[in-house]
Design a binder for this molecule. Structure first.
Ligand code: GDP
Length: 435
């Protein structure tokens, strides 16, 4: 089985991440001559593939715990044993001299390295990760050990470097999706209907207790996993019906999903709570689909669908990218349309646009509608490049970032969408100085 080693200077949070990955799987402690402190081995699993993790954080050399020596020992161990190295740095501290030293050591190993920027505890910090490009390791992945954010992305990246398994199927992309929404909109009923059997117990009372399940299944050669956090329903009905609980449940599910299916009760219509739940999917950068359920009991004519879609557009202003699908879990009406839409948006969520094409589109947009001036100065766009997928993240390099206006950013986003699609996924735009 493949081995991942976690390397980094002290205090970047290696053990927290180690514990997150390993969970409660027994860690084996092993002594090694010349090493005074123990190293920890644990096992983890990602998309059904097992691997070992080494936390090299505890290593210090006999009688000498200078920083450089201890990271050198970590790096040596990692280089010797690992198939993939997770190099951890700290977003709060920024790029430090010791990080650069570790980078130097790791470089020579010629092992695949994944750069993890820890302590990205909220989305505001997300753009602080770009300075770590300067380490020359490649794309930094923002994570938070204490909040459990980004661990999936990290393991996804690390596992992409695992040596080829005899089992081919791991190479295929599995689409993970979650049905989120307030109580009683029909999440469980939809899960059952999609899976085509009564695997989940449904009750007419809101907040029925049932077990947590993530259900893998395959449809027309595509592998899916439905993420379900029903296991959180343990504290009684009153608590389950609170908004806090719904949002927490949605957040937990979204974390591990690529696509969020935001379920809305077509009969009751949109309420404030739906907005909060949808907003979380948007902020987390997940692909999204609005699923209007219970369409069987809605009084309708030939305009009802269009009117409801408009209502969704009015209520969820920032999510105009998300397609709307009308279904009934009960009659299974239009349910067969759902998975193809999930596949489409998942594909768009991981779409990568070539830099030259992106620059062509943006320079045309700029020529057609030049950026506004501010105090006699005009924003100049020098270069545009996509730096990440899931969600697609694009950096706009400009002369003066302060001259960028929200409305102009929206204009560029619309042009980019018109050219490349990105249907169903949010896009992140970052403006950075570079002349
Ligand atoms: P959850 O709390 O979101 O998981 O909602 P449930 O799946 O438990 O469904 C809540 C109630 O709505 C149950 O009584 C279901 O039978 C009912 N329900 C779910 N989907 C539909 C639908 O498409 N049409 C109708 N008429 N009722 C539905």
């Amino acid at each position: 089985r493949p081995i991942i080693a976690i390397v980094g200077r002290p205090n970047v949070g290696k053990s927290t991440i180690f514990n997150r990955i390993v969970g409660d799987r027994l860690a084996i402690v092993e002594d090694k001559p010349g090493v005074t402190r123990d190293r920890l081995y644990g096992s983890g699993e990602w998309l059904n593939r097992e691997f070992s993790v080494i936390d090299t954080g505890g290593i210090e050399i006999d009688g000498d715990d200078t920083l450089l020596k201890s990271v050198r020992a970590q790096a040596e161990l990692a280089i010797e044993e690992a198939d993939v190295i997770i190099f951890m740095v700290d977003a709060k501290a920024g790029v430090t001299a010791s990080d650069e030293e570790v980078a130097q050591l790791l470089f020579r190993s010629k092992k695949p390295i994944v750069l993890a920027v820890n302590k990205v505890d909220n989305l505001q910090r997300q753009d602080e990760i770009y300075e770590f490009y300067s380490l020359g390791i490649g794309e930094p992945i923002g994570i938070s050990g204490s909040h459990g954010i980004g661990i999936g992305d990290l393991l996804e990246a690390a596992s992409s470097h695992f040596p080829d398994d005899q089992d081919e199927q791991y190479g295929e992309e599995v689409i993970r999706f979650a049905l989120i929404g307030r109580p009683n909109v029909g999440k469980s009923s939809l899960t059952n209907a999609i899976l085509g059997e009564e695997r989940v117990i449904v009750s007419s009372e809101a907040g029925t207790t049932r077990d947590a399940i993530d259900t893998p299944f395959e449809r027309d050669g595509q592998k899916f996993v439905i993420i379900d956090t029903a296991g959180m329903r343990k504290r009684g009905r009153v608590y389950e019906n609170t908004e806090k609980y719904s949002v927490m449940r949605a957040m937990k599910a979204i974390e591990r999903a690529d696509v969020a299916l935001i379920v809305i009760d077509g009969d009751e219509g949109i309420i404030e709570q739906d907005k909060h739940i949808a907003g979380y999917a948007h902020d987390a950068g997940k692909a999204a689909i609005f699923v209007v359920n219970k369409w069987d009991i809605v009084d309708k004519d030939d305009k009802t669908m269009q009117q409801f879609t408009q209502k969704i557009r009015d209520h969820f202003l920032f999510m105009s990218y998300a397609p709307v699908v009308f279904v009934s879990a009960k009659t299974k009406q239009r349910l067969q349309k759902l998975l193809p839409v999930v596949m489409q948006v998942a594909e768009q969520h991981s779409l990568r646009v070539q830099t030259h094409m992106l620059n062509d589109v943006v320079s045309d947009a700029v020529a057609y509608n030049p950026p506004p001036t501010d105090k006699g100065k005009r924003l100049r766009l020098n270069y545009v490049t996509q730096v990440a997928v899931k969600p697609p993240s694009i950096v706009l390099f400009v002369n003066e970032p302060e001259l960028m206006h929200f409305s102009y950013e929206r204009y560029l986003e619309n042009k980019i969408r018109a050219a490349f699609g990105f249907e169903g996924t949010p896009i992140r735009l970052f403006t950075r100085r570079k002349s």
